[in-house]
Ligand binder design. Structure first.
Ligand code: AKB
Length: 319
């Protein structure tokens, strides 16, 4: 039986990956772990471990006993919250990764997935079509932890043969789970406001374009990366992973195609500084070349799906 563990299963990406992994391998083959109980009934059908990913002793025990084929280590503090709690962000983001890499070095895990982010880039990086091996220049603690994590992944692969794979996620947009503490969170909130006929005040400026991706593409790409033959994975830091690029004004416009009255205002806050340091778009040709990555969903398609799904959720929760 193929056994998979998702650590950080209560988070935005964690919930979605668990649902996809359950569909692929069966509920019983997926174990889920988090410090918080996941607020999703389907996720909780899998065996749940209450786990602090920074706790080395417990992590060692769980991973040694579990002998998982795949571990997805997603526990992390995102960019905006990380700036409020820099040392806690560093502690969580690094210890959780190193605990899993050590267990993989011991031979208890076959394959590890760990998420990096566009936050590894910064003011010194070019803004458009950022190449795979571009200058990394993170300005946030989150970005610094992702940059360091990428090099730790490559180190464990080169020194100890650990099969660890990683993607530089853009902002992720989905309707089954909510983000928390990120700079790109506006792109989920905006749809939830729009379907309730509420005006939305965006914390980024109108023309701040950023790399973004619809969650279904992100989950599919993650599973494709993990299913690819080991030898085809040539990038052992983290792959550029690209979906679409848009600004708040552009997503507002695409919502107005369906809801012409939708009102969007701008009140940029501290998150705007983080967003300004990030690129607008990435070149993900290495992912295309090595494991045939291709995104499928563009902004207008995503808007249609998001509005329908968020509307259904609103009706369900208010009725
Ligand atoms: C964040 O905004 O911090 C994340 C990310 C881009 O990694 N969504």
């Amino acid at each position: 039986m193929s056994k998979t563990l998702v650590i950080g299963a209560s988070g935005q990406l964690g919930i979605e990956l668990v649902l996809a992994l359950q569909a692929k391998h069966g509920v019983g083959s997926v174990h889920v772990a988090d410090i918080r109980v996941p607020e999703n009934e389907q996720v909780l059908k899998s065996y749940f471990l209450h786990l602090d990913a920074t706790d080395e002793e417990t992590m060692t025990k769980v991973l040694e006993e579990g002998r998982y084929v795949e571990v997805y280590q997603l526990a992390a503090m995102l960019s905006a919250t990380g700036e409020k709690k820099p040392l806690a962000a560093w502690d969580l983001n690094m210890k959780s990764l190193l605990n899993v890499l050590e267990a993989a070095r011991e031979g208890w895990i076959e394959r590890v997935f760990w998420p990096s982010s566009i936050a590894v880039f910064g003011p010194g990086t070019q803004k458009k079509n950022v190449p795979q091996d571009a200058l990394l220049d993170p300005t946030t603690v989150y970005g610094i932890s992702k940059q360091s994590g990428e090099y730790w992944c490559r180190y464990y692969h080169e020194k100890f043969g650990v099969d660890v794979r990683s993607l530089r996620y853009p902002g992720l947009i989905g309707h089954r789970s909510n983000p928390g503490g990120g700079t790109t969170d506006y792109a989920v909130e905006i749809y939830n406001f729009a379907v309730q006929d509420l005006p939305y005040s965006c914390f980024l400026k109108a023309d701040q374009a950023l790399p973004m991706m619809f969650m279904d593409d992100a989950v599919r790409g993650t599973l494709e990366l993990m299913a690819a033959p080991r030898d085809s994975i040539r990038v052992r830091t983290s792959y550029n992973f690209s979906g679409m690029s848009f600004s708040p004004a552009e997503v507002g416009e695409s919502i107005r195609q369906h809801l012409p009255e939708f009102a969007l205002e701008y009140a940029p806050d501290h998150r705007q500084d983080i967003a300004s340091s990030w690129p607008e778009s990435l070149d993900d040709s290495a992912a295309l070349h090595d494991w045939a990555w291709e995104s499928r969903i563009d902004l207008s398609e995503m808007t249609k799906v998001m509005l329908e799904a968020c509307r259904a959720k609103t009706i369900h929760t208010t009725s």
